[in-house]
Ligand binder design. Structure first.
Ligand SMILES: [Zn+2]
Length: 219
């Protein structure tokens, strides 16, 4: 099979992890609106991820969609539909990462803490090492924070088998959401491809997530 752009970026990532800088920061001159390499990346907003650098992207290559967790939310889907159908991208790359903050809370914990529950306020304060200040108010949005499924762990804990599995679950859920969305074709002449990765913030390396596979458990 022909090498995809994603494969090329994976090779770039190995160079990045070894200390090479592939992304050129200078203004590249006039460029078309369509991403030159036809790639759309969905990645976590974590300050330790520099998506251009870690993939060796150049200005103009790709769309980069970032949010807390790199979760395939409603808004990420909105961006991907526009990216593909109007701006001609055809390879989607999902990037979650080790030590992600989304491993360290649950939606219920954060919501009850924001609404004023003293126990949640205390737990969140301990978990984040800052004084968590409850707002004592309820809000209808955001309806979800999309904290990762599974037993929570301390903020910024070193990776473990359990946390790696939780990250992989969420990458697969994102891949599944994309692969099953009616407006993101995954077969035929206008198909998009999707590959998912966990980025290790302690090594600089991307690790591919096998798909299909487990997407979560109550246990
Ligand atoms: Zn994160």
């Amino acid at each position: 099979m022909a090498k995809s752009t994603t494969d090329e970026y994976l090779a770039n990532n190995r160079q990045y992890a070894e200390g090479h800088a592939l992304h050129k920061p200078a203004y590249p001159g006039k460029q078309p609106i369509q991403p030159a390499r036809r790639v759309a990346v969905v990645a976590c907003m974590d300050a330790r991820l520099d998506v251009e650098d870690l993939l060796g992207l150049q200005t103009g290559d790709a769309h980069i969609i970032r949010n807390a967790g790199g979760v395939v939310t409603d808004d990420a889907i909105r961006c991907l539909v526009i990216s593909h159908h109007l701006l001609d991208t055809n390879e989607i790359i999902l990037i979650h990462h080790t030590r992600c903050g989304m491993l360290a809370f649950t939606d219920d914990l954060l919501k009850t803490g924001l609404e004023g529950d003293p126990a949640a306020e205390k737990l969140l304060g301990q978990a984040t090492n800052r004084a968590f200040k409850s707002c004592q108010k309820c809000a209808s949005t955001p309806a979800q924070f999309h904290a990762f499924r599974g037993a929570i762990e301390p903020l910024d804990a070193p990776r473990s088998a359990a946390s790696t599995e939780r990250l992989q679950w969420d990458v697969r859920r994102g891949m599944s959401s994309i692969l099953n969305h009616p407006w993101l074709p995954t077969s035929g002449p206008d198909a998009v491809t999707v590959r998912g990765f966990v980025y290790d913030v302690d090594t600089g390396l991307l690790e591919e997530v096998a798909y299909p596979g487990p997407m979560g458990s109550f246990g």
